[in-house]
Design a protein around this ligand. Sequence first.
Ligand code: TRP
Length: 367
Amino acid sequence: MSDITVDTVKSESTQKLIDQFGVQPISPELIERIKKYTKKDTLSHFIERGIFMAHRDLDHLLTQLEKNPNEKVYLYTGRGPSSTSLHLGHLLPFTLTLELQRLFDCPVVIQITDDEKYLKNQDGKSLDEISDYGRENIKDIMTIGFDPKNTFVFTNRQYINFLYPNILKIQKSILTRRLFKFFGSTDNDSIGKVNFPTIQMAPCCPSSFPTFLNPIFKWRCLIPCALDQDPYFRLFRDIASSIKEKKPALIYSKFLPSLLGRKEKMSSSVDKSAIFLNDTPKQIKKKINSYAFSGGQDTAELQAQLGANLDVDVAISYLEFFMEDHQRFLEICQQYKDGKLMTGEVKKITIEIIIKVVSDFQENRFN
Ligand code: TRP
């Protein structure tokens, strides 16, 4: 069998992040515990392949759920609506949340932070414009298949009255100087921007959802997010017990890399870096063929002799995210690394897969 393991294709920087942020790795033991709790023999490639790369207290959450039958988990995630044209990287956190909703068969709350994007944008966009982005983003988010009966999407602008009692408790328990430290904000920032984090923390309190989360159960919050959102939740975890709330558990995912290289994340502001959800198959093909950074050698001879460097290859990384067939994925990695596959061939496979993801999305989108 191939000597390529999941670890070979995991980003080398994962360990660094784990060390730097004090989060815990998703260990094989934890994966076994999740399988046992959810009664599944296999988990999705997102978990098995390390796309979910780290967590806080997920093991503790499982212990509590196992011990107390009246405790239940809900998922909390969100989006800051900064534009209508989403790219694949924007969708990823929601794809991962959906995966967890299916795995745990649990409710999901999704916060649309129109307030955040209004307060932070520098280009004079009005609140109404941003709310319009929010509405379009909600259609995109619901397209991917969340269970409508078990999913609650809200915009802060409309839902704030339900969050407000918890926002007040949170505001009262955090000193400005502590907030400055966590978010790098200063007294040159607007009051709204400085205060915004308390609004993103409020959905960690189950009582923010009195009409959605059945109060006969005790709810525990699990937040799937990327590491850039960690400060909000680290700070909330610090103050949780002082306001008699439970600490949320977190599960962190990797960013989807830019076409231009695996060190950068996909970004709307760099057009060549992103595959947009409204790109045509032709555009997708052209972008991957022309821009996707390759770890293969310059000539077929050299490639046959030396093989590809998978660690920097963008096409392989997209397969890692989107090719569900794990065996086939490992085979492609091995053959490419050994020089038996050329960059063009790997890109061709990647193009097919990405076109399928994007065209499925386009077919299902609400209009
Ligand atoms: N601040 C996030 C953004 O700019 C949106 C967000 C709100 C979020 N609540 C969240 C993200 C909870 C992850 C988890 O996109």
